[in-house]
Write a protein that binds this ligand. Structure first.
Ligand code: AMP
Length: 181
């Protein structure tokens, strides 16, 4: 039976027009996380497809992916692996560059965080172009891990990120979507 509780997650997401620059509609989840029912419903919805799954670790992308990914990992009874911006992790790392609108950025993971064939669930708050999550998938695969699925609260389908991840053979689970950017 489907025990999902039908909480209206989308209503609790605040939109800030023209942040951080003109033309961007920033989808702010702090209002969702601050609501006691909202946070719990969000974690339940992210987790339910994976309750029976064979996941070894949950990996979250800095920074909002840490808040969600940590709660998802605890809910699934699994460990959490942080994927961080360059230069933040203290031990030996491996990195992956990805393209931004202007220039490049790098994300890193501890070199010993993932063992060969570990099964990973990737978490972030939002998928837009899929540049960030795509780099995280490449990084997990470089580490020897298998990306079982990637889950996000928000999809911006017009930007094509979810389709991009599916073309990399990753299952994508999203909770709500918004038109446009
Ligand atoms: P992308 O790499 O294009 O898929 O962008 C995804 C990353 O950028 C995520 O970590 C999001 O938190 C952030 N992001 C991109 N677009 C938005 C938006 N409209 N509102 C909030 N966060 C965004």
């Amino acid at each position: 039976m489907d025990l999902r509780n039908g909480f209206d997650i989308k209503r609790y997401i605040r939109t800030i027009p023209d942040y951080p620059k003109p033309g961007i509609m920033f989808r702010d989840i702090t209002t969702l996380l601050a609501d006691l029912h909202g946070f719990r419903a969000t974690i339940d919805e992210l987790v339910w497809p994976f309750l029976r799954g064979d996941i070894d670790y949950v990996a979250g992308i800095e920074a909002r992916g840490f808040i969600l990914g940590g709660a998802v990992a605890a809910s699934l009874g699994r460990g959490f692996i942080p994927i961080r911006k360059k230069g933040k992790l203290p031990s030996r790392t491996i990195g992956q560059e990805y393209a931004l609108e202007y220039g490049v950025d790098t994300i890193e993971i501890h070199a010993d965080a993932i063992k060969q064939d570990d099964r990973i669930l990737l978490i972030d708050d939002l998928i837009a172009t899929g540049g960030t999550a795509g780099a995280a998938i490449d990084l997990i695969r470089k580490s020897g891990g298998e990306v079982v699925a990637a889950a996000f609260v928000i999809d911006l389908p017009e930007l094509g990120g979810a389709a991009k991840l599916r073309s990399k053979n990753v299952k994508v689970h999203t909770l709500v979507s918004f038109e446009g950017h």
